[in-house]
Design a protein around this ligand. Structure first.
Ligand code: UGA
Length: 437
């Protein structure tokens, strides 16, 4: 099948490479010439384990192409995916900015040839696919097409694996013809017996928001339980395990920490609240989830202050990990972006390290932050070491070497990577989340 993907950001690039891996002929289109040039030179605009290999393999096989020209990509494609960005609107009011989606719809419309299924893959408020259909009809009244919604559930850092082995695929369609074509597109997954759920368009759009809001709820829930554990002397890791072994609850997404970040949960929870508000429906649980997440970051700042003996002023704080999670260079909504400025504001001297995120972090963090190429260098003369993101590199850090480097052996583990017993043996004053120090 011939497929065009508009937008070579995160979702577009991974999906394009993934559909090519299924055996389809895929053209990825992006307006940004520099991005397309990058790919032509064998350089990907994002870091994602395994992506480079499948892009290379499928380009060599002639199944994956990149271009800036919609005119080249659209007319021969049976399926066109819109995978452009939907950032939070610049007004900061929680609405998703749909400018790029509607612009893509307008542009696609003018190049449509034979019957085409236009699929919205970007995360969009309920009703967007229908609006895309209106736009296409307006621009090209004679066009033969259907719109569909096919939300993406990729996790950064595991995106290639998730695309090729998803828990489920959700397809929102309005016509039998579109349904058949999209089921055909995902045939390799059907063969692996991966469930493919076919729904209406609005339902598919809402499944994406409801899923992300539910996962965010699990995180805020366990973070509140962690805070309670600290007060009553319980251990949140055991509480989470004890809960999670009940299969109705499940073990995943019950890891406490500094709160969720990234390009999805913060944006999608707020967008869901906007959708609910506009529909006159209360979503009080999601409201609380967002509040708890903000409060958790503030609580982490207080935890670090406490570990420093009550004041940040003049203290050297080594921060290990800046990205919102490991195995990505993505700094969007990373907890470090609120926690570090709060420390700097109160006089801490922050020395930071991250395996992938430092380039972006330099742009986003206060100029006073000192960036170090090596985690040990960051910890040198530190009054406290704060583990902010659980990169493997830090999980395997040499604690005795660290102890010799720091000024004070104080370790604040915001991801509960280490065990209190091991840290005590290593001679550190250890603070973590939801466990007794
Ligand atoms: C998330 C969802 O997991 C994907 O299913 C979805 O497709 C994606 O958003 C999206 O909407 O595009 P992602 O943002 O890449 O994926 O990252 P996650 O691995 O879900 O982590 C999000 C945040 O939650 C991170 O800051 C992570 O540290 C935090 N988290 C996650 C916890 O604090 N505790 C947990 O137990 C799990």
């Amino acid at each position: 099948m011939n497929v065009a993907i508009i937008g070579t950001g995160y979702v577009g690039l991974v999906s394009g490479a993934g559909f090519a891996e299924f055996g389809h002929r895929v053209v990825c289109v992006d307006k940004d010439e520099s991005k397309i040039m990058c790919v032509h030179n064998g350089d990907l605009p994002i870091y994602e384990p395994g992506l480079e290999e499948i892009v290379k393999r499928n380009r060599q096989a002639g199944r994956l192409q990149f271009t800036t020209s919609l005119e080249e990509a659209i007319p021969g494609s049976q399926v066109v995916f819109i995978a452009v960005g939907t950032p939070e609107s610049r007004r900061g009011d929680g609405y998703a900015d749909l400018t790029y989606v509607y612009e893509a719809a307008r542009e696609i419309a003018s190049f449509l040839g034979n019957y085409t299924v236009i699929v919205v893959k970007s995360t969009v408020p309920v009703g967007t696919a229908r609006q895309v259909a209106r736009i296409v009809r307006e621009v090209n009244p004679g066009a033969e097409f259907d719109v569909a919604s096919n939300p993406e559930f990729l996790r950064e850092g595991d995106a290639v694996f998730d695309f090729l082995n998803p828990d489920r695929v959700v397809i929102g369609v309005e016509s039998e013809k579109a349904r058949r074509i999209l089921l055909d597109l995902y045939r390799p997954l059907q063969k692996k017996e991966i469930p493919i759920l076919v729904t209406g368009v609005e339902t598919a759009e809402l499944i994406k928001y409801a899923s992300n809001a539910f996962l965010a709820t699990k995180i805020s829930f366990i973070n509140e339980i962690a805070n309670l554990c600290e007060e009553v002397g319980a251990d949140v890791q055991d509480v989470a395990r004890g809960m999670g072994l009940d299969q109705r609850i499940g073990l995943k997404f019950l890891q406490p920490g500094p709160g969720y970040g990234g390009s999805c949960f913060p944006k999608d929870t707020k967008a869901l609240l906007r959708i609910a508000q506009e529909s006159g429906v209360a979503c009080r649980i999601v409201e609380a989830v967002v509040e708890v997440n903000a409060a958790q970051r503030a609580r982490m700042v207080r935890k670090i202050r406490q570990a420093l003996g009550g004041s940040e002023a003049g203290k050297v704080v080594a921060v290990l990990g800046l990205t919102f999670k490991p195995d990505t260079d993505d700094m969007r909504e990373a907890p470090s972006l609120t926690i570090i400025p709060a420390l700097v504001e109160r006089g801490a001297l922050v020395r930071a390290h991250d395996p992938q995120g430092m380039k972006e972090a330099r742009r986003l963090l206060p100029s006073e932050v000192l960036f170090c190429d090596d985690p040990y260098e960051a910890c040198s003369e530190a009054d406290a070491v704060v583990l902010m993101t659980e990169w493997n590199e830090y999980k395997n850090i040499d604690l005795s070497r660290l102890k010799r480097l720091v000024r004070k052996p104080v370790f604040v583990d915001l991801r509960n990577v280490f065990s209190p017993g091991d840290m005590e043996k290593a001679g550190f004053d250890y603070f973590s989340v939801g466990r007794k120090p």
